[in-house]
Design a protein around this ligand. Sequence first.
Ligand SMILES: [Zn+2]
Length: 372
Amino acid sequence: MRRGAADRGAGRRAVAIGRGLRRAGASLALAVCLVRPARAQDDAPRRLDVGRFTAVYFPDDDRLARTLLEGAARNDSFPWLPRPQQRVLIAIAPDARRFRQWAGPEAPEWGVALAFPASRRVILQGHAAGSEAGDPQETLRHELAHLALHERLGDRPPRWFDEGYASVAAHEWRRDDVLAANVALALRGVPSLDQLDQSFEQGTTAAQSAYALSYRAVTELASLDPERGLTLLFRYWENARNLDAAVRQAFGTTLSGFEKEFQHRTQRRYGALAVFADLSLMFLVTSVFILPFIVSRRARDRRRLREMLEADAIAERAERDAILAALLGIPAPVHDAGEAPGLPPSAPLSGDGHEPRPDASTDRSARRDDES
Ligand SMILES: [Zn+2]
């Protein structure tokens, strides 16, 4: 349905190519043609062959090309598949502009590599790629896994299976992290496999989640047969009517039965995690908002304590003055400014006790405050 006679893009964290592929193929063919005239120029494209792999690249990516090809040739088998035989052309784009040019206009903005299974080509970004392009070795293995799967099963695998298998083959374990933090998953539930296929086309966030869920789905499907994984499924799928028939034959269950189990398990495992991640975040945010109130409350408590101590000191002093006055036979000074309007400014203290006085009792209360 989604694949014609033309190449299909099976890019990594991207890929919804389709119609633009003929054009992309033409651009790439042009890029490859440029290699042929063996010019002695330093900046001319180069070619390297290792095993069944050929890389075309520009001189700045010489080291990268060697590392990638040697790695690919050394680790040239893919889980549950026979060793691939087809030759593969790997084009390493020297910069983002040429990557986009070779990838074609239909490639999503966030695609960092593309596979063209029908013509057995891979386009990668060279050393100039940003960190979002990921580990180039892992990226290449992901794309080569698409090609290996296609070599065995042609266009049979649906998108979710194709991407899930490539992620499993490239050991992209970190895909699970996306699910653990995916609050939408917790709220809306795990999509069906058909919905999963569509979410590859719905922007970066949806696609990231679709990759992660596909990775989980393929992992779970393989776990149905702990010994042989997907070996039997691949064998039956070659001649089966569809994936459902192959799943029945290989695992004795229906595709829709597997799908329900996958949705249920993923929801239980990652839905809870996402809610937990969400709660932690909520707690953090709440704390940030509450902290100023806690601090100001504490400051207020300290102020009240200081005032109480000051009031104590005033009362103590008034009592001493009264005793002294009684002993000397003179009227005791009035300590309430409100009741003694004619009192001179040197009067011991105003009644409310808020104003500090430059006397010993104030000093003492200040000291006590420091100790508290
Ligand atoms: Zn892919």
